[in-house]
Design a protein around this ligand. Structure first.
Ligand SMILES: [Zn+2]
Ligand SMILES: [Zn+2]
Length: 366
């Protein structure tokens, strides 16, 4: 196949789609895959997901490689010629690059078993991997091994970091809606203001250990009352992100916070809704060893990295169904961070990314 993967990457970058609305991106990918004669091509997986299967016709494991279709609701400020032409949406996590890398594997048939390329929707909201897993069309394809890479600014360009065990944190967003009763600002004692409770909540969250080994909470948004001077407030909302290096740790953090809220709410009503839940990604020791052996076989440098990554990755949802490994591919020590408006995926990572997945396939099929 003779696809120009950098040109594909830049075309995807120019027309990004937000999470859950990746129809245009999925069409570009499906068209590119059709030209590589897959044995199966499945579209509409868990939303706009696309999967291509290349079958050796021989018994053996199914090895899945995963990329993400979605971009972010952030305005790009990279200044590159192929910058997003969609206001307020941009590929600032490098998913355009991950898609180009996966497309570089299209058409490859293993010696035995099957290779599956999965382009999943809605990674950034944590909804996409679970939606793919819940899709009956995916059940028939269910892989024995699943691998994904994420480019990682801060690590040397092209170096690989991988380890068995926790690779990315579990997290969940809590929207905490607090209701008391408004009053005239001259008689606040006749109402029930959420302000004192909110102040204690902010202190409580700040006192949690800010360390991914245990648990951390990040206060992301706070609002209370109306922007007026005549009303003592009766309503407040806090958005808090809870994070831990394990699913069990996150569950403990949620139970503890719930009981703290119950204990301290007094006469206020407190309603919680959960959003953007991500499982922890836990690398299987065998799968991680395959990644490391692939790295060594290519002579790629091993980058030092403190696992797990604090941000969450919804690839973690696959851990319960396949031997999984998520690894990081260095995007350069001084490269703008993921989700930074100035970020752009380095095209120099496409070739090593394709080589890594190819070598992993060879290791597993050994
Ligand atoms: Zn991201
Ligand atoms: Zn990402």
């Amino acid at each position: 196949m003779s696809l120009d993967l950098s040109a594909l990457r830049q075309a995807l970058h120019r027309q990004p789609d937000p999470s859950g609305q990746e129809g245009g991106t999925a069409r570009i990918i499906a068209d590119a895959l059709r030209g590589t004669a897959p044995d199966r091509l499945v579209t509409g997986l868990g939303g706009h997901g696309v999967a291509a299967v290349y079958d050796s016709g021989q018994p053996g494991p199914t090895v899945m490689f995963r990329a993400e279709l979605d971009a972010l609701p952030i305005t790009e400020a990279s200044g590159v010629a192929h910058a997003s032409d969609r206001p307020g949406v941009a590929h600032l996590c490098g998913h355009d690059g991950h898609m180009a890398i996966l497309t570089g594997l299209a058409g490859k048939r293993p010696q035995r078993g099957r290779m599956m390329l999965l382009f999943q929707p809605a990674e950034e909201t944590g909804a996409g991997a679970r939606a793919v897993l819940a899709d009956p069309a995916f059940t028939a394809l269910r892989p024995d091994y699943a691998f994904a890479l994420h480019n990682m600014p801060g690590l040397p360009l092209g170096a690989v970091a991988v380890a068995a065990g926790p690779a990315s944190c579990a997290s969940v967003g809590w929207r905490i809606a607090i209701a008391g009763r408004e009053a005239h600002a001259a008689f606040p004692e006749t109402g029930n203001s959420p302000a004192p409770f909110l102040a204690r909540l902010v202190d409580h969250l700040a006192a949690l250990p800010h360390c991914p080994d245990a648990a951390m909470a990040t206060l992301c948004h706070l609002s209370m009352g109306a922007p007026a001077f005549g009303i003592a407030p009766g309503q407040a909302v806090a958005n808090v992100t809870l994070r831990s290096n394990s699913d069990a740790g996150l569950a403990r953090l949620e139970t503890d916070l719930q009981s703290w809220l119950d204990t301290h709410a007094g006469g206020l009503s407190v309603q919680i809704t959960r959003h953007d839940h991500f499982n922890a990604t836990v690398n299987d020791p065998i799968a991680a060893a395959h990644v490391n052996a692939a790295r060594a076989s290519l002579g790629i440098e091993h980058a030092a990295y403190t696992f797990p990554m604090r941000p969450s990755e919804d690839f973690g949802a696959f851990s319960a169904h396949a031997k999984c490994a998520l690894f990081f591919l260095g995007a350069g020590e001084t490269h703008p961070a993921l989700h930074d408006p100035a970020y752009d995926f380095p095209d120099a990572l496409i070739a090593p990314g394709v080589a890594m997945f190819g070598a992993i396939l060879a290791q597993v099929m050994g």
